[in-house]
Write a protein that binds this ligand. Structure first.
Ligand SMILES: CC(C)(COP(=O)(O)OP(=O)(O)OC[C@H]1O[C@@H](n2cnc3c(N)ncnc32)[C@H](O)[C@@H]1OP(=O)(O)O)[C@@H](O)C(=O)NCCC(=O)NCCSC(=O)C[C@@H](O)CCCCCCCCCCCCC(=O)O
Length: 717
């Protein structure tokens, strides 16, 4: 786990070996502890180089170990102190990544040499933690408080060049890093001038004071304010500020005590568990499977080097940028000339002159590409026509994909010569920024087509999740009951402000009504018209608040009839200072409108609590999530959670809807749904689904055991 070799006559080369990322699990910690001691007492050894096996220095503490009540093996703090105290110079040879505990390890060395492609950082904040093995105390002493706080709070990866400028790395080289570190370590032994009487003391960060900072109190107050306003209820970023403040104001050993105390408050917290669950859920999508038994490890992706994007509205432009940035040569097709010219300017701006993109008004331009992403208007008839044409135009074997957010993939496949080559690639706006990609397979999609879309998602840096075909797939299908509950709550006495405040306090960046105003109320209106829920398709004489025997809220339709489409028209659920305005203000018109609406329908407004808002909206969404699992549309709760965290901004520190349900307790969710369904028997989305009932009856197993109950459940359907 930590290999020890003496090289170049006098250098102990310690290499961490724990693929794939050399995480510091118990055996590694044990190995490090023993090899450092050995280097210390080995008379032949005059300096030490620390490196990682296989081009990766170290990905930090082993997150999989964190569930343990007490971590086995020597503690990282103890190992790092042992290393810092060594009287022989220790040099970190950083290739690949030095992240989290990996960077803390490097900071405990006396020198750090990095490869020019190396990256360093403290991503702990994304795991609901902070660098709690000395990192929060050593980094500010090395690079100063502002730079350290930025690195610790953002969790960003710092490239070697920037790390060199910050003084985080002593040298950056293009050649063999370990060889360079070995040579460097031998020179240091001779030249490092002793300060404070002891050799190497100026390179022991624990012995250094933090560089002074003017207006320190004001700096930390401002930092804390900023973090509070951005953290959306997450505790870890706040703890980052507290720990760095400790480094700036306390002697090292006191700062370490503070660090330990703060880590103790986070380490086993619900937020840390949720964030760490998200880390693995993000990666779980790569191990996809289909109901046919086809799997990620048995299916090969087709090589893709050229692509066409059809339709250059907002989505098509973002998709073009995402594909071009992934290194594909892209043909962007738009039949409307003025839209084509506008899109060309917008895409060039986003790509900053880079990327290989050509433009055409003619579908024929897609003839030779390996893959097509259709991103035209959400209208089945138009899409069917395009798929028919693409099937004739494109060379045999071209993968035909659609960016539809709800429509039937199988119907589109049936318009083509080779339905097995058709899959959905559902991007989220803005497509070049949002990380989620739903890869939708229909009953006839081939495993190779799915493997290819998943592989392409990876190349674009997306969190890709393979899902089955149904209206709205996973994400939008679950969103429907959530939106529906929000509208019902308005009918019953809530205001958009009250509903949004509850959801924002929960951790969403934007409440449901602000989100609707941003995306445009007319989008849903159009879909409801197509579904015959509103507009000319509705049979005369139907009660306004009932559709297909279920409760229906026409509020959104009425708003659209008033021309209130949201931000784009300057008014929606809120008022904006102008069309396209971004700042939402309460609108007296809306209060009046809601009062009149309730009076017209004999509804008596009641006081609605934030708790009811959360339970009604979130439990309805979660209930649909269980149905999605039951129907086999998503392969696992982890996949659903990844979709919600990376596509719908569900707060990471809440772990995704299904994980949240497991933290709240499945019995409590079931009880809540039963309660609300009794109160609203005409709302089928509030009726607890059978899988949830079954899970509760099986004793509410932990989330990683749900699949066993799901399997048993499916076999009985
Ligand atoms: C490194 C990466 C950037 C590589 O990316 P790449 O895309 O190449 O690969 P993948 O991301 O797909 O990863 C491959 C594979 O490896 C798994 N993995 C990656 N990193 C880790 C890890 N750190 N641990 C475990 N497993 C890891 C990954 O899951 C993949 O496997 P899978 O099967 O899922 O496909 C990228 O991987 C990456 O970003 N990794 C994470 C980096 C990171 O976040 N590091 C920080 C870790 S946390 C840490 O280091 C904490 C330390 O600061 C301090 C900890 C102190 C602990 C002390 C405990 C004392 C407890 C005191 C509590 C007191 C309580 C009380 O008082 O009561």
């Amino acid at each position: 786990m930590a290999q020890y070799r003496v090289v170049s006559g006098s250098v102990a080369l310690i290499t961490i070996q724990n693929p794939p990322v050399n995480a510091l699990r118990a055996a590694v910690r044990e190995g490090l502890f023993n090899t450092i001691k050995r280097a210390s007492s080995d008379p032949q050894v005059r300096s030490v180089v620390l490196s990682g096996h296989n081009g990766t220095f170290c990905g930090g503490a082993d997150i999989k170990e964190f569930g343990n009540v007490s971590l086995p093996g020597p503690h990282l703090v103890e190992i790092f102190q042992l290393m810092e105290d060594l009287v022989k110079p220790v040099v970190a040879a950083i290739e690949g990544f030095a992240l989290g505990g990996g960077l803390e390890l490097a900071l405990a060395c006396h020198y750090r040499i990095g490869h020019s492609k190396a990256k360093v950082g403290f991503p702990e904040v994304n795991l609901g933690l902070f660098p709690g093995a000395g990192g929060s105390q050593r980094l500010p002493r090395l690079v100063g408080v502002p730079a350290a706080l930025d690195i610790i709070i953002t969790g960003r990866h710092v490239a070697a060049g920037e790390a060199l400028k910050l003084g985080l790395l002593d040298r950056v080289i293009d050649q063999n890093t370990v060889d360079a570190a070995v040579t460097f370590s031998k020179i240091q032994k001779c030249t490092s001038p002793p300060i404070s009487g002891k050799p190497l003391d100026n390179h022991r960060l624990g012995n250094r004071p933090c560089p002074p900072l003017e207006n320190m109190d004001a700096f930390f107050e401002e930092a804390m304010k900023r973090v509070h306003s951005r953290a959306r209820g997450a505790v870890a970023p706040i703890t980052c500020v507290q720990a760095v403040r400790g480094a700036a104001t306390l002697p090292f050993h006191k700062g370490m005590e503070l660090e330990k105390m703060l880590l103790g408050t986070l380490f086993n917290s619900a937020q840390a568990q949720a964030s760490q669950y998200c880390f693995f859920a993000e990666r779980a999508g790569a191990r996809w499977s289909m109901p046919s038994g086809a799997r990620w490890d048995t299916c090969k992706a087709k090589p893709i080097s050229t692509a066409a994007v059809i339709g250059l509205g907002t989505m098509g432009r973002g998709i073009t940028v995402a594909l071009a940035r992934a290194g594909l040569s892209v043909v962007a097709v738009e039949t409307q000339e003025h839209q084509l010219a506008e899109a060309q300017r917008a895409v060039s701006r986003m790509l900053k002159g880079g990327g290989r993109v050509s433009y055409s008004p003619d579908l024929q331009a897609a003839a030779e590409v390996d893959l097509v992403v259709e991103a035209v208007f959400e209208d089945m008839a138009i899409k069917e026509k395009i798929f028919k044409q693409l099937s004739e135009v494109c060379k045999p074997g071209t993968l035909l994909t659609t960016n539809t957010s709800t429509l039937d993939i199988d119907r589109l496949a049936s318009c083509t010569r080779d339905p097995q080559l058709v899959v959905g690639m559902h991007f989220f706006a803005p497509a070049h920024i949002m990380r989620l990609l739903e890869v939708v397979y229909g009953p006839r999609s081939s495993p190779e087509a799915v493997a290819t879309a998943m592989q392409l998602g990876k190349r674009m840096g997306k969190v890709s999740v393979a899902v089955g075909n149904c209206t709205g797939f996973v994400g939008n299908r679950m969103l429907k009951p959530y939106l529906e509950q929000a509208n019902f709550l308005l009918e019953e006495g809530a205001t958009p402000e009250l509903v949004d405040a509850a959801l924002e306090e929960f951790g969403f960046p934007m409440g449901v009504f602000k989100m609707s105003d941003l995306s445009g109320l007319d989008v849903g209106w159009r879909v409801r018209k197509e579904e015959g829920l509103t507009g000319p398709g509705v049979t005369a004489g139907q009660p306004m608040r009932i559709r297909h025997g279920r409760r229906y809220s026409p509020l959104g339709d009425l708003m659209c009839e008033e021309g209130r489409y949201g931000q784009k028209t300057g008014s929606g659920w809120y008022l904006y200072d102008k069309p396209g305005g971004r700042v939402a203000r309460s609108d007296p018109w809306l209060r009046n409108f809601l009062e009149q609406y309730r009076a017209r329908h004999g509804l008596v407004a009641r006081r609605i609590s934030q708790q009811e808002v959360l339970e009604r909206c979130l439990y309805a969404l979660i209930n649909e999530g269980f149905r999605v699992l039951e129907d086999g549309i998503a392969a696992s709760p982890q996949n659903i959670d990844a979709i919600y965290v990376f596509g719908y901004s569900w707060p990471k520190h809440r772990g995704g809807p299904m994980f949240y349900a497991s933290q709240v307790g499945l019995a409590r969710v079931l009880e809540g749904l039963n309660h609300y369904h009794q109160a609203h028997p005409d709302v089928p989305h509030l009726e607890p689904c059978s899988l949830l009932r079954r899970l509760v009856a099986s004793g509410s197993p932990p989330i990683n055991k749900w699949s066993e109950v799901v399997k048993g459940h499916r076999s009985q359907l």
